[in-house]
Ligand binder design. Structure first.
Ligand code: NAD
Length: 268
């Protein structure tokens, strides 16, 4: 049987760890050739480990170094990938980070750093992906000319004290995603977001590393388990495949119910 993403080329940003690595493995398993992006040379070994696991499992992958907050590097990554593989069919705009601080102590550097990667990085990669989708058009590998999945967060709707830069970046991702989905739907380009809840990755290690921290975290999750990168990877495969062909400009919350106001579980 034809795999759901057979023969398609997927760039996944920040894919040497966590959710990005989970998306890379699931998409490769669904038949995509996966570009495992990482930001700095020190990350190469981790990216190569993800590539090796994919190849070992029978998939296709390469690693590529690019800081998504830098326009020159993003332009070069898209040019190189298109030269090597002919096109790009799927972008998973996943790279992201936190630099937390109480609001009155947050430096402009912390603000700009998070916005630069989490929002500007998604803008730069989406722009280059859409240029390529428009150039190529629908080519028979998919009903769409291209698909973009923006990695947002439950914090696109849940305010988060001490994380104003991060929450603002994800709120920004939400309206950027919806705006470009509206702009390019007539061109058969589908753009959606995934809003993960708490997924066990390096970004939130402190939230689940001890039993005490884990029990606190589980109070926020009606389903009473922390998510895994493949929970997000499977959702990303669905959003990138023709199974979700009529889904455009929406955020899929994959959060074990975190956005269901668990504080009201017991009569409020
Ligand atoms: P992670 O730290 O494992 O992954 C983030 C990745 O982004 C890393 O591989 C890192 O190298 C990469 N990165 C950082 N700066 C970059 C840059 N300038 N260019 C390219 N890559 C860069 O954490 P994660 O949890 O897997 O996070 C992935 C995404 O999921 C982020 O956008 C994060 O905001 C989002 N998210 C995570 C959770 C969660 O609970 N883990 C929840 C909601 C949203």
């Amino acid at each position: 049987m034809q795999k759901k993403l057979q023969g398609q080329v997927a760039i996944i940003t920040g894919a040497s760890s966590g959710i990005g690595a989970g998306c890379a493995k699931e998409m490769a398993d669904a038949g995509a050739t996966v570009v495992v992006n990482y930001p700095i040379i020190q990350g190469k070994a981790m990216a190569e480990t993800v590539v090796a696991e994919i190849i070992e499992a029978g998939g296709k992958a390469v690693s590529y170094k690019c800081d998504v907050s830098r326009e020159d590097e993003v332009l070069l990554m898209f040019a190189d990938v298109i030269q090597q593989f002919g096109t790009v069919d799927i972008l998973v705009n996943n790279a992201g980070l936190q630099k937390d601080a109480p609001f009155t102590e947050m430096t402009l550097e912390q603000w700009n750093y998070v916005l630069g990667v989490n929002l500007t990085g998604q803008f730069l990669c989406a722009r280059e992906a859409i240029k390529e989708f428009l150039r190529r058009g629908v080519n028979g590998k998919s009903k769409s000319a291209g698909k973009i999945i923006c990695m947002s967060s439950v914090h696109e709707v849940i305010p988060w004290a001490g994380h104003a830069n991060y929450a603002a970046s994800k709120g920004g991702v939400m309206l950027m995603m919806k705006t470009i989905a509206q702009e390019f739907a007539p061109k058969m380009i589908r753009i959606n977001s995934i809003a993960p809840g708490a997924i066990a990755t390096p970004i939130n290690h402190d939230a689940w590393d001890t039993q005490a921290h884990l029990q606190e975290l589980l109070k926020l999750i009606p389903q009473k388990r922390v998510g895994k990168p493949d929970d997000i990877g499977k959702a990303a495969v669905w959003l990138a495949s023709d199974d979700s062909d009529y889904v455009n400009g929406t955020t899929l919350f994959v959060d074990g119910g975190m956005t269901l106001y668990p504080g009201f579980e017991d009569n409020g």
